[in-house]
Ligand binder design. Structure first.
Ligand code: DHB
Ligand code: FE
Length: 280
């Protein structure tokens, strides 16, 4: 049987990818950002997951305002790296896990989560920056990846509660797969940031730290946070953090925090990162 053994959350700021690709990770600005991921790099080398279900949002690379799926799952053999305007990032193609992805699509849809099925898609910084942060610069990514895209770009995004319940359904789906696989779920985006309007540059450290604490201590409180509270407290792009709740739901009721990193700023955001292990 396959199992969701662990999960992590991380910001996916595009400038982090650019800094990594240009070898700027030792510079005074970037060194403290990357230092917080060293623990995770060591840990993942030991965990060696077979498959990562990588929850992220597309930033008008694969989708546009013409088509906006709320939840979409990548079932392809592989996923090319998107050109976001300055050429694709120089990172390996993302290799998928189509048999598990199709099983997830079936299980989730029959479980009443109406996933959009994606058979071809380029993946952007939302997915590749977390891979670089955790795996560095390997010749091939050491795990297969199932992209799970969530609409947090155009109102209305799904609620945190809906995301949490999708995570629970993912856990059930993984456990009904017939192959022995070590599966991780990653939730990306956040933390507080606003890229537009009069509050551009907003960062709310106190609120971010509350979210980091409650991912293990009181997830019920996080599940109940309404959209307007995300908007008010974490800026217009802070809503990306509902994707963290998919990861959290997929880990089951009892989780342990293994590692935490929080740093301000990276580009316009607060960088937040947690590594969690499922206990049951
Ligand atoms: C930035 C952060 C994001 O999460 C994103 O998708 C785009 C830009 C930023 O901080 O610049
Ligand atoms: Fe983003």
């Amino acid at each position: 049987m396959a199992r969701v053994m662990a999960g992590l959350t991380t910001s996916h700021v595009p400038a982090i990818g650019a800094a990594w690709d240009q070898g700027l990770h030792e510079t005074p600005y970037w060194a403290p950002v990357f230092r917080g991921y060293q623990w995770t790099k060591d840990w993942i080398g030991e965990e060696n997951p077979d498959v990562v279900i990588l929850v992220y949002n597309d930033h008008a690379s694969a989708f546009s305002l013409e088509m906006i799926p709320t939840f979409a799952i990548g079932c392809a053999d592989d996923f090319a790296i998107a050109d976001e305007g300055w050429g694709p990032r120089p990172v390996p193609t993302v290799v998928g896990a189509p048999r598990l992805a199709c099983h997830l699509a079936q299980s989730l849809i029959l479980d009443e989560f109406d996933m959009t099925i994606i058979n071809q898609m380029d993946v952007d910084h939302g997915l590749t920056v977390p891979l670089s942060l955790v795996f560095g610069s390997p010749e091939r990514w050491p795990a297969r990846v199932i992209p799970l895209a969530v609409n947090v770009v155009q109102y209305p995004p799904p609620t945190g509660e809906r995301c949490f319940k999708l995570g629970r359904a993912i856990r059930r789906a993984v456990e009904s797969f017939d192959e022995d696989l070590n599966v991780q779920v990653w939730g990306t985006g956040g933390m507080s940031h606003q890229l537009q309007g009069t509050r551009a540059g907003l960062i709310n450290q106190e609120y971010d730290r509350m979210i980091l604490d409650k991912m293990t201590a009181d997830v019920a409180a996080l599940r109940a946070i309404p959209h307007l509270e995300y908007l008010r407290e974490t800026g217009s792009e802070g809503i990306e953090m509902v994707m963290w709740l998919i990861m959290r739901g997929a880990l089951g009721d009892d989780v342990e925090e293994l590692h935490r990193h929080y740093h301000v700023p990276a580009s316009n955001t607060a960088v937040g990162h947690l590594v969690l292990r499922a206990r049951d």
